[in-house]
Design a protein. Structure first.
Length: 130
């Protein structure tokens, strides 16, 4: 598992580290070196798990499968001018479709964008590690 940190209220997370302690240490060094805060000031920062962005979507695939089916249904309806149901999958088959698509994209994705889970707020006293 990888970890990242944020010093701006949890909006933007930086870098990736092998453990939470390394991410926290880097955040504290950044806070000490930013020149914004006086020594002794308490500053909040966050450390969270860095996960592939695709992992931020539904883990069981149900919502993804449902959206894919809805898109296909709308596209078919546009093509043939039909107002009734054209495509029908059970809830389980929609979830299986979603899991398949998510796994496929995760396996073949060439971009390394990540999302953040389980972020924990920390309070650091500026200058206390110097």
């Amino acid at each position: 598992m990888k970890y990242c940190y944020s010093t701006d209220g949890g909006e933007i997370y930086s870098q990736q580290f092998d453990d939470a302690g390394a991410a926290a240490g880097e955040a504290e060094c950044e806070i000490d070196g930013d020149g914004i805060h006086d020594d002794g000031t308490e500053v909040e920062y966050w450390v969270g798990e860095a996960v592939p962005a695709i992992d931020m979507l539904d883990c069981d695939g149900s919502r993804t499968g449902e959206r894919i089916l809805e898109d296909l249904e709308a596209r078919c309806a546009d093509e043939i001018g039909w107002d009734d149901i054209i495509l029908a999958l059970s809830v389980e088959h929609q979830a299986r479709l979603g899991r398949f698509v998510l796994a496929y994209v995760k396996r073949h994705n060439t971009n390394s964008v990540y999302g953040v889970r389980n972020a924990v707020k920390h309070v650091y006293v500026v200058g206390s590690n110097v």
